[in-house]
Write a new protein. Sequence first.
Length: 208
Amino acid sequence: MKLKLKTANGEPVKKGKHSAIYKIINIANNKIYIGSSVDVMKRYNGHLEDLNNNKHRNQLLQRAYNKYGKNSFEFTILLYLNKDSLIEKEQEYIDLYQATNRKYGFNICPVAGTTLGVKRPGANIGRILSEETKRKIANSVRGFKHSLETKERMSETRKGKKKPPMSEEQKQKLSILKTGKILSNETKLKIGIASKGNQEKERLQLLE
């Protein structure tokens, strides 16, 4: 099964290896996915294989594909360009189409070329991020929330771990800190000496 393949300007699709910006559009609701590749035909075949086998890493796109079927999707090559300009141009198209807005698109990460969300491995290696890109990454991370399943797994993991008992020194420091007081060096020294004395008593009791 093939996705309809075309170019945005109506020109023939180039054969062989070419870098390009592309979009996958659901013509049933006009939602789109924006991507880029140094080998756009290889990427096209990769998307097609993953979607047909129900294993695409972008679950938003996969669920839509399962619901509407392959005949509702088109793969459009928006622009052929030099590979050095791919990430910058991809970002422009993500912003232009508002592809991360759930009303309009399937993209998960608002920043092109990052690994936040579903992106190909190694896409961000060696790349120097601009201040604007750093800001977008920070904003996307700030809004991140663990899924319910992840929270449950984290909870189960914590249940299996027992904290080591606090020493007398730790207990005394904690007690004082709860009162809001700042420990002086003299107080810290006294607590340390008292703690060592208690440890010595416990050691002697064990030897008896």
